[in-house]
Design a protein around this ligand. Structure first.
Ligand code: ZN
Length: 214
């Protein structure tokens, strides 16, 4: 689950994440858990316009016989089956992030510090600020708080897709920024109960209704 508290303009996020390896690959979940915690806490922290954001993450590795524990929890699953073989995908406003087994090493090494915080942005109800496959565009389906971003802000924004950032000539690990509007939107989404949506996970992890964003 994720929790948010706000006192005036100080916002605190708390994520309790369960980490599971659903792939056939060998993954050291303790090392991966440490990388995930560090990468999220580094990005969701600091001053964003009038907001001061702090974040604490706990990541607990779990094993396959403990699947029942996943109900109603925020889960990161290592998987061999990610849509279009992308690096990862996330359930918009939901509780599941899938990481592609092929890219786990790059996340552990820190060569890729962006994917986990980006997918978590979708969990927090943040959309891509740009339109699909269109450079220097606005995503008209996104919240107005996300649409107001300038072309320059978009080049280093966490929620732009990787190809967008690379087209702007920016290193992926340098595009980790959030705007004041995005932080406000996280608060509004949480406050209006649009987050922590668990869909059909009650029927078991394997029947999870996937409504993901990449
Ligand atoms: Zn995305």
């Amino acid at each position: 689950m994720l929790f948010l508290t706000r006192k005036e303009n100080s916002i605190h996020l708390y994520f309790e994440i369960l980490l599971i390896n659903k792939s056939a690959g060998n993954v050291n979940l303790f090392i991966l858990a440490a990388a995930i915690k560090k990468q999220i806490e580094a990005v969701y922290k600091g001053k964003f316009g009038r907001f001061e954001l702090t974040t604490v993450v706990t990541v607990k590795p779990i094993y396959k016989h403990q699947l029942k524990m996943l109900h109603n929890k925020l889960v990161i699953a290592v998987s061999e089956y990610v849509t279009n073989d992308n690096i990862a995908e996330a359930d918009f406003g939901g509780l599941l992030i899938k990481l592609n087994l092929k890219y786990i090493e790059s996340i552990i090494s820190g060569n890729n510090k962006r994917t986990v915080p980006h997918e978590l942005g979708h969990i927090l109800g943040l959309d891509h600020p740009h339109a699909n496959a269109a450079f220097e565009s606005v995503n008209l389906k996104a919240s107005l708080l996300e649409q107001v971003m300038s072309n320059e802000e978009r080049t280093t924004n966490l929620m732009c897709q990787g190809w967008y950032v690379q087209k702007a000539g920016i290193e992926l690990n340098s595009a980790l920024n959030l705007t004041e509007g995005q932080v406000k939107l996280i608060y509004e989404n949480y406050n209006s109960k649009k987050l922590n949506r668990n869909y059909n996970i009650v029927k078991g992890f394997f029947n999870y209704k996937w409504v993901g964003k990449i």
